[in-house]
Design a binder for this molecule. Structure first.
Ligand SMILES: [Fe+2]
Ligand SMILES: [Fe+2]
Length: 196
């Protein structure tokens, strides 16, 4: 009972969860924004300003591929593995998603290169891939929040959360965090607003 009380009061827990869920929300917004531009371009058969997709994929590369998933692999999942084996299977699958996501992301970049060269047909192909990628990423984040975070909330103790928070704070999402590289977030927003 005392343990539950101290965990519930943990600033490190609240801060860690806030960073991670905030990054999920920012990532979701970025994906939705890119999809909305693609949907509009497809509906009216015009070539959109491709800079937004170049910037958007660059944001995903920096934020998801280099910061977000590695932080989960390095700090959150190992902390939970030390407290329980209940989530081992799901965390194995989530880490597999991280690897698969990297491969899918490389294919997206290649598809975008083809749009620059190939026009509207290639845009449709890129848009289909982007839709599949977005669905997979949403499903992935949903599983992390409903299965991993709920268990972590119950089972991690203050020392665990302090380490997780330190790791999460080191590299924060540039769109979400007040720290870190703000320039990227500003660039992404300016491109988004320019085409809206
Ligand atoms: Fe993840
Ligand atoms: Fe995540």
């Amino acid at each position: 009972m005392h343990l539950e009380h101290s965990v519930a009061d943990s600033n490190s827990m609240r801060s860690s969860l806030s960073i991670l869920q905030g990054e999920h929300a920012s990532y979701g917004t970025a994906l939705k924004t890119l999809l909305a531009h693609l949907k509009r371009a497809r509906a009216h058969s015009f070539m959109p300003n491709l800079e937004i997709f170049t910037t958007g994929l660059s944001y995903i590369d920096t934020f998801i591929e280099q910061f977000h998933h590695p932080k989960e692999d390095e700090f959150l999942f190992p902390a939970l593995r030390q407290r329980t084996d209940e989530a081992d299977e799901v965390m194995r699958e989530l880490q597999f998603d991280h690897v698969n996501g990297t491969l899918a992301f490389k294919e997206l970049n290649a598809a975008l290169d083809h749009v620059h060269l190939g026009g509207l047909n290639e845009l449709h192909r890129f848009a289909d891939m982007m839709e599949r990628y977005t669905q997979a990423q949403y499903a992935h984040m949903e599983r992390e929040e409903s299965l991993v975070l709920s268990l972590a909330r119950r089972l991690l103790v203050e020392d665990d959360w302090i380490k997780v928070e330190r790791g999460f704070r080191a590299n924060r999402d540039p769109l979400f965090g007040a720290e870190g590289n703000r320039k990227f977030g500003i660039l992404f927003r300016s491109v988004t607003q320019a085409v809206e």
